[in-house]
Design a protein around this ligand. Sequence first.
Ligand code: BES
Ligand code: ZN
Length: 633
Amino acid sequence: MIFKLPIFLTIIVALLSGCKDKPVKKIETKPKIEIVSESYPEHSYSNTEQIHTTHLQLDLDVDFEKKTIYGVARHEMENFRTKEAIFDIKGLKIQKVTLGKETEVETNYVVGELDSILGQPLNVTIDTNSTQVNIYYQTTDESIALDWLDPEMTGGKKLPFLYSQGEAILTRSWIPIQDVPSNRITYSADVKVPAEMLALMSAENPIEKNEEGKYHFEMKQPIPSYLIAIAVGDLVYEKLGENCGVYSEPNLIDKCVSEFEELPLMIKSAEKLFGKYQWEQYDIVVLPYSFPFGGMENPRLTFANPTLIAGDRSLVSVIAHELAHSWSGNLVTNRTWNDFWLNEGFTVYIENRIMEDIYGKEVADMLALIEFQELEKELVTIAAGPHPFDSHLKLFLDGRNPDDGMTTVAYVKGAMFLKTLEAKVGRANFDAFLKRYFKEYGFKTLTTEDFENFLREHLLNPMRIKFNLKEWLYEDGLPENCVKIESKQFEDIQALANKLAEGEDIFKVKWKKDKIERENYTTQEWLAFIRTLPDTLPAGTMALIDKNLNFKSCGNSEIMAEWFVLGIKDNYKAVFPPMRKFLIKVGRRKFLEPIFEELVKTPDNKVWAKDLYKTARNNYHFVTRNTVEEILK
Ligand code: BES
Ligand code: ZN
């Protein structure tokens, strides 16, 4: 561990001044020093034990020309008689800090050293009875949560676009804030954008543009900082049901409406299983392709990547996932990023229950099996890597980027743990327990240890059930008693893949279903099919598959991404042109990571990848750039 002496970069002496100002536009730059992370288990500098925000009021002016947000963050705080309030910032320029609500008085503040992971502490001098701190600031090129897209990178190609991605610790790069999941706050915002654009937030949202480009937002339920989000663009809205709908750029809206038509069913199903939806409205905004995730569960407004629009509703489980976060993650939140599985493991479990409820057990099992294959693969990588403890559900990410812990362990091992528990106690008992859990911990946060105690007290002990809980939560790998998922459909399609691998032309013979066409099987079956094929196939086999099934340009992003990886392994040249197009257009990290990882394995492909990256880089959000650059290094 490296201890650091505080070398303060900036000391601003208090000047007495009054009245509320608007965001100010010119701020001088200050030098930066990079140092190594020290121990901050919560990945935050904030002193929430002494003083914490209860309500945040934002004044934001979004300037597309300068690619800058000029802001004031007004923190209403509960102060336990401390003389200093510490906030997290990263890549922000602070202009001034004031205290007070009606009358503002400037106060001293100090910006600490830059840590490459955590950013910088902003230490503000306050009185023991101060409850209002106002921070005047602007974002910079290093505000890594923000993705400013030029018009060419949008669907409409006429207007620019902006969106933010806060999870896990990026909110501090566009709002000065106590950036910890353990502190819940309500927020309101006044946002000014160019007149032809619509602004949306993870809050109560407008459904159409207004001439002034001024929008007001309220989030009345307390949420953790990573769920504050904004999107600004040429956006339109269509209702999908009583309390739900979808926003997208005009060119995509009809497709979005038909793809997500079943959203009301999903909400109904989730409510039936896990209790009332607590956020009133559930909308989706489909962002441009650079969005680094399939979906992000910003409350009241899931952010989604257009790669979900497959045209046949085959990728809607991602929406079930983000909707599920309305219970696990948004309502009940991980206390620290070491407890991330409480967000994602529960969500994958609930997602699967929703899918089972609507589409049946066979579909749900195929989805689960695909994920399980990914877990098995990642467990091998983790065991051989520098951090074998990353296979624990309870993580230890001290001194590391929390992003490092966001693996399939949290998602799939977490979900398998819950499935195994369900099998042990019976579904009815488990469902009753989950309902109780969401009620008890609603709008709260908890640690893995809290969950362990709650589980013992309310499920295992009353039922006198013995369970290897410690092993599941705090030990390596996958416990023996993990439930097995089986799928007859997978066995069939795997048999088909094996025939092909042996050189048989499967397209000439009749198989169980009439004809081997892409439409006759689900996306998950095709993924299982591709995964069963060996790395090198008999000559001409990949071309034969493409001739019949057109994987390489089928428009289904999941299938294409998986096919590209196999194409690289097999040195199947025909895959490179469509892959190039895909890599330049799509910024979703989950797809890009395995493709780039495969490309760097041979010198020629690595050169190709590096060259392509020069063009593609601009279309990726920081989160994806960071991952890809790590691979290309
Ligand atoms: N909350 C995550 C995305 C995330 C995780 C952002 C960690 C930043 C840090 C989101 O709910 C998610 O898991 N998205 C997945 C969906 C999938 C598992 C169904 C994605 O984007 O692929
Ligand atoms: Zn998730």
